[in-house]
Design a protein around this ligand. Structure first.
Ligand code: GAR
Length: 187
């Protein structure tokens, strides 16, 4: 089984979708650790319920980004993590973490990249008035939501309605992420 660590800053619905796929044997992988930068993130409750170890590492508790990332790397090594799966982790991955896991960090983003990178991609798409947006799964590099694209799926925008559009996007994310990882891990 592939040993994954999930990084999340928020609700963690993608964590739950992946955890379920692992538990049901759909994904031949195991979430060995959850890492969050936010002590109030709901993903912490989800991880506890799933009995998966969770570590909160707040950047402000460290003297530098480098020190923060080294604490992350130590945690990952202790749990023998092979792949890092970003699921709503709202922070750029720095040089040290990238070189500790070369081509082994995956991200999901709620738009058809390279459109609407960064924060609130769904709001950006609705405000821009595009008719179609979507979901992208990609390998992580030093940029903001850049890096080689692994898969994409289109989602129709509900005009002027970010909430309904977000619901449709999340539903697609929860299927696309596990399917993409399945193909990736089979390689
Ligand atoms: C997801 O929509 C994910 O694509 C997005 O954060 C959300 C997290 O939801 N990620 C980004 O915007 C990355 N730039 P979740 O906490 O319910 O999984």
């Amino acid at each position: 089984k592939v040993r994954m660590a999930v990084f999340a800053s928020g609700s963690g619905s993608n964590f739950t979708a992946l955890e379920q796929a692992c538990r049901e044997g759909e994904l031949h992988a195991e979430i060995v650790h959850v890492i969050t930068d936010k002590p109030e993130a709901y993903v912490i409750e989800r991880a506890k319920q799933a009995k998966i170890p969770v570590t909160v590492l707040q950047p402000k508790a460290f003297v530098s980004k480098q020190a923060h990332e080294h604490a992350i790397i130590d945690t990952l090594r202790a749990s023998e993590t092979e792949w890092i799966i970003l699921a709503g982790y709202m922070r750029l991955i720095g040089h040290d973490l990238l070189s500790a896991y070369p081509s082994r960090i995956v991200n999901i983003h709620p738009s058809l990249l390279p459109s609407f990178p960064g924060k609130d991609a769904i709001g950006q798409a609705v405000d821009h008035g595009v008719k179609v947006t979507g979901v992208t799964v990609h390998l992580v590099d030093a940029g903001m939501d850049t890096g080689p694209i692994l898969s994409q799926e289109a989602v129709r925008v509900v005009e002027g309605d970010a909430e309904s559009t977000a619901e449709a996007i999340h539903a697609v994310e929860h299927v696309l992420y596990k399917e993409t990882l399945k193909l990736l891990f089979e390689q």
